[in-house]
Design a binder for this molecule. Sequence first.
Ligand code: COA
Ligand code: AMP
Length: 626
Amino acid sequence: MATYHDVYRRSLTDPEGFWLDAARAVDWDQAPSRALDATNPPLYRWFDDGVLNTCHNALDRHVEAGNGERTALVYDSAYTGERRSFTYQGLRDEVARVAGALRGLGVGVGDRVVVYMPMVPAAVIAMLACARLGAVHSVVFGGFAPRELAARIDDAKPRVLICASCGIEPGRIVAYKPIVNAALKLSDHRPDKVVVLQRDQAPATLEEGELDWDNLVANAQPAKCVPVAATDPLYILYTSGTTGKPKGVVRDNGGHAVALAWSMANIYDIGAGDTWWTASDVGWVVGHSYIVYAPLIVGATSVLYEGKPVGTPDAGAFWRVISEHGAKALFTAPTALRAIKKVDPAGEELARYDMSTFRTLFLAGERLDPETYRWATEKLGIAVVDHWWQTESGWPIAANLRGLDRMPIKPGSPTVPVPGYDVRVLDPAGDEVPAGAEGAICIKLPLPPGTLPTLWGDDERYIESYLLHFDGYYLTGDGGYFDSDGYLFVMGRTDDVINVAGHRLSTGSMEAVLAAHPAVAECAVIGVHDSLKGQLPRGLVVLKAGVDISPDQLREELVAAVRAEIGPVAAFKDVDVVAGLPKTRSGKILRKSMRAIADGRDEPVPSTIEDPSVLEGLRPILRPRE
Ligand code: COA
Ligand code: AMP
């Protein structure tokens, strides 16, 4: 086994050699002659003269290599009881037909397609069909409300929108079509066509210009893979920024395929023929990278699970899936483990299943608290591996590289920077801090292949959001420190992004909804610690003078407004009416100080505070709920 330190050093001192070697794991129509294009800093591109097709790499090449009968995708719905397997050949043929159908609707290279679907095979097929045509998909998570969907439609300007008639959540069917209809009323842009996958649980009534997925595909001629430039966009995935307007993270084709292939071998130790399960959602980056593209690119079997970790039907749901499909590894968010632990703290459900294939549990999406780490390690008796990354990076920034060099695990740390990422911790002046000291976690430019080259149609916002804070560095938005062994500890966001049950949300966009209520003079939303979901949003509102509304009614209206405007996934249920908000003398709301009180942390009150008694007055309201 190579040692991590040698490989890491080479990735930074010889990035050309390192990444051109890594690029051999991918099939190219035209192999790249160079790795990094640094002619236009701070915008960098990878493999700029390479030509390839990502769908070919995910499907066709495995079929052409004689592995068409291998299982590519296993669909398992805990809600409907349905199980369905696709071989590589079967999935390739289905994707080719759907690509043909989309081409018939005028979709070609560079056209955008918005996908608003739950965890069904058609979602994966739609994504791969876009990739096949060189079109750009933008998947929107099903838990978002019409306004969020509309914002993405207006930014991406899709030629076609594909949706399902419904999603399923425990105890309720979520009709998607009314959400799509409402979004299209709110958006300025109109897609040429809307394609609807009908699900038996709640078929939708189709209106003029809307097409039934099954009919459309039944009459379609299969389409071949269209070679595209490595630097062409594969997808746009919107994520929460510090303001209400979501950021359209762009992913290219070439760097993405190379980085994902490298990560499967070196980080996850997964290759052709292995069964791999990522329990997330295709609407998040984890789903894009590790449900869809990475496992297929390396020829593994990917499990697509529609369900929750508990209550579907019980706390053994995840163990059932692992044992039934023979998964070698599971990747999920710590919240899922906490949910299981809460219902089955002794891990009794585990005894019901044969877990002999299960080797590694990978966790990411939010901080892995040491207690959950210890519980999972003790109950499962396998390696529990924390790793850290974000929508922007597209693949892990820090990890314990299980396929390269299995380093000792330290609870609370995602271990070390992944090769390709020059991670530094900086103080506000931009100087590196010594081991043990906390600062802003940054990555020295250029970022490695697979990471975002820019934001969709907005280089300026990309540069402003990430590159202007520290010259020559990408700002991750997370704070943390290195210990003296070079292990990274990620302590949490330093901006207004919060992580609720592994779902990334913006408190800024929730504040915008609260502020729009006619009774609200000013407001703040902070993310506070929650023992199950990691964080939960809490709102504080100050009433306009002379407004006559009961606090209970206002609370109800505000909770409903956030649900309607952002979506149920915001999990916004807690809001207090207060007399005032603590501010600095220049009028900035002291959210950090309120968060510290709500999390039970003792932090000094900033000397810039205008009136300390306002913060003191909030203490009883803010104190930790649990
Ligand atoms: N479509 C519609 N609604 C959705 C939805 C979707 N795709 N996903 C979630 N929602 C709704 C839920 O039904 C819930 O609604 P409610 O307020 O009416 O109950 C709300 O959004 C909040 O959802 P969630 O935060 O998922 O809470 P939950 O109580 O339903 O489940 C967990 C809690 C911990 C079991 C669940 O969040 C989980 O499995 N998390 C794993 C994390 C994960 O996959 N992260 C992705 C990154 S790795
Ligand atoms: P997302 O873009 O949705 O993947 O969310 C990314 C953010 O989630 C990061 O910026 C972190 O704040 C947080 N995060 C993800 N993984 C971890 C981890 N392993 N430890 C701590 N925080 C994490």
